[in-house]
Design a protein around this ligand. Structure first.
Ligand code: HEC
Length: 141
């Protein structure tokens, strides 16, 4: 009985800890995104963009948030709106060379829900414009 209690307590502690460490977003990233964006988010020059600078910088401006959620890899993933929001928030803190600023606004389930259904046309043009508006030179691609 005592052993059973200990095992249960340990399992509960692990479940709580893994939620706090972002276990689910990390696994979702591995399954849904890592194949293209690589383990550290750095992508493949000329093919898949790095999210290591763009995600946090783009997320600071409304047009960037719109782009991030509507980009095909995000909008069309089978993840729920809540899981997608948690994933983007985890990525900003774990796969970014740009530190999340104090006034950073996390993505919410409602924000993802409101944006992802509208297909994004002109992806490249929007991305290039965004890099200009956040004051950086666009890395390839
Ligand atoms: C099949 C490959 C592929 C997969 C899988 C994929 N992406 Fe992408 N992602 C891309 C490409 C390519 C772009 C550049 C925009 C475009 O052309 O769609 C991109 C752009 C992005 C961007 C914008 C970054 C920038 O600098 O433009 C974010 C954020 C992003 N992806 C997140 C994700 C997330 C989160 C997942 C998993 C749920 C994911 N992607 C899955 C290929 C992929």
């Amino acid at each position: 009985m005592r052993i059973l209690f200990r095992v249960t307590a340990t399992m509960l502690a692990l479940a709580g800890a893994s939620a706090a460490w972002g276990y689910e977003p990390a696994v979702n990233y591995q399954i849904r995104c890592m194949g293209c964006h690589l383990a550290d988010g750095s992508g493949t020059p000329g093919r898949i963009p790095s999210v290591r600078r763009s995600l946090v910088l783009f997320s600071a401006v409304p047009e960037g948030r719109d782009y991030v959620v509507r980009v095909p890899g995000v909008a069309q993933s089978p993840l729920s709106d809540a899981d997608t929001a948690a994933l983007l928030n985890w990525m900003a803190r774990n796969l970014s060379d740009v530190k999340v600023p104090a006034n950073y606004v996390d993505y919410s389930e409602a924000e993802v829900h409101g944006l992802r259904d509208r297909p994004l046309a002109q992806v490249k043009a929007i991305r290039a414009r965004l890099w200009k508006s956040v004051g950086g030179a666009a890395p390839t691609p």
